[in-house]
Write a new protein. Structure first.
Length: 453
């Protein structure tokens, strides 16, 4: 299929638009679930100017660049609401373990290998993997976030990161907890804002931080209007640990401390009681559901249908590429649509709901639903083009079903963030993929030599 990617002056047009994506079926993921057959998305200065029929928009606008999406599905970029991106450096070192066994193996290795340099190297690989899979934004809880920020900016990819708090001996960045508050406060005060993001503060969990620390961290987040992100109730073992330490279950403890609320996002939330689900709904706390990681670590299956029924916002995440071995959000969509049917109800999480959990609901979980997650006028121009011209995607009766049950990461042809084309015809535009793979392999090899010496 021919694709137009010529500057406007080569086609005799003006630069009224920066980009026009046209010809495909546009799945807007708006409240009505609108699909525009043979539609188009008009983009200027990183924002969506208009969504509508391709014929009309092509007649209305002249664009500096065009993407011909005939035979494809155009939809919002996928959003990863919980991950540890640079853990791809350790992919495959901690498989077939419980959560506690996983942590015991991974945490010491992180202290050995992580540095600003290795995190930057790993981030390039993680962004390449994510862009290839149609992921346009991610919430990344990890060490050396400044290095990650710099790489993401250079690649034009949307990253939400920030200071991480975890009171453990010998943290990889060498900064003890006593020094972290001043460091985090200075960072948040001087942070250079990026459109379509917000400040974030990460408190690892209620088993690596005490009540006073959690309260202090939450106050810091509130002072700066930041999203607060924590692991909570990932499995029964974690719940038992927090009960032993504090006399309350994780959600109960966080609620008692006033940490929950509409600017708080909990990762996993697998082991919940009815009362805790009601608490999350009452406080407006969101959940990042990571079905692949939860299954691989034997944590269980989160009560997502119950959370949704209670009105809790649920986004999708991959977790790190050590616990899930992949940053494939589209794979998480399929898993979320399937695993909750195991109880016998095939309607528990439907195709449309699963896709929304990776787009608009993910954006809402991050507090960015007014800026990301759907293709609507005024929102940031984060979108992907999925190639439907493959046997496993034919025939096409319903776009939600196609995405949730049939499509794979490799079907993503084009990825656009803020109107900037990061991948075109499956070729990365802002990263040298060969160099990324060489550097990532070399960094992992150096770590392997160190760990076996």
């Amino acid at each position: 299929m021919p694709h137009t990617d010529l500057p406007a002056q080569d086609r005799g047009g003006s630069r009224d638009l920066d980009l026009l994506v046209h010809g495909g079926d546009v799945l807007t993921v708006d409240a009505a679930g609108t699909v525009v057959p043979d539609g188009a998305v008009a983009v200027r200065a990183g924002r969506i100017v208009e969504v509508g029929p391709a014929e009309r928009l092509r007649a209305t606008y002249d664009a500096a660049r065009e993407i011909d999406a005939r035979g494809c599905l155009v939809l919002p970029g996928l959003i990863n609401t919980h991950t540890h991106l640079a853990m791809n450096l350790l992919r495959g070192i901690a498989d077939d373990l419980t959560l506690q066994g996983f942590l015991a193996r991974v945490i010491p290795r992180e202290a050995e290998v992580l540095s600003p340099g290795t995190v930057a190297t790993a981030l390039r690989g993680a962004i390449a993997e994510s862009v290839r899979g149609g992921v346009t934004a991610a919430l990344d809880m990890y060490w050396f976030h400044e290095a990650a920020d710099a790489v993401a900016r250079e690649a034009g990819w949307r990253l939400l990161s920030g200071p991480t708090f975890m009171d453990v001996p010998g943290p990889p960045d060498g900064r003890p907890y006593a020094e972290r508050m001043a460091w985090a406060s200075a960072y948040l005060k001087d942070r250079d804002p990026v459109a379509g993001t917000r400040p974030v503060v990460f408190a690892h969990s209620a088993y690596t931080l005490g009540p006073e620390q959690l309260t202090e961290i939450a106050a810091l987040a509130g002072e700066h209007g930041a999203l607060l992100h924590l692991h909570a109730s990932e499995n029964a073992g974690e719940v038992a640990t927090v009960l032993e330490q504090h006399g309350m279950r994780p959600v109960e403890l966080l609620d008692s401390l006033g940490v929950l609320g509409p600017d708080t996002l909990l990762a996993h939330a697998v082991d919940l009681t009815d009362a805790e689900i009601a608490t999350l709904a009452r406080t407006g706390t969101a959940v990042a559901h990571c079905p692949v990681s939860n299954l691989k670590l034997g944590c269980g299956i989160a009560r997502v249908p119950d959370l949704l029924a209670a009105g809790v916002t649920v986004g999708l995440g991959t977790d790190g590429a050590v616990s899930s071995n992949t940053l494939d959000v589209l794979g998480a969509v399929k898993m979320a649509a399937l695993v909750h049917k195991a109880g016998g109800d095939p309607t528990a999480v439907g195709a449309e709901q699963a896709v929304r959990m990776a787009t608009i609901e993910a954006a809402r979980a991050l507090g960015l639903g007014d800026r990301l997650g759907s293709l609507e006028t005024g929102k940031r121009a984060d979108l992907i083009v999925v190639d439907l011209g493959r046997p496993h995607l034919a025939p096409r009766h319903d776009p939600w079903s196609t995405l949730a049950y049939a499509a794979a990461a490799g079907d993503v042809r084009d990825t656009v963030v803020d109107g900037r084309v990061l991948m075109r015809d499956r070729v990365l535009r802002t990263l040298d993929e060969s160099a990324v793979l060489r550097e990532l392999t070399a960094a992992a090899g150096a770590h392997q030599e160190t760990s076996t010496a």
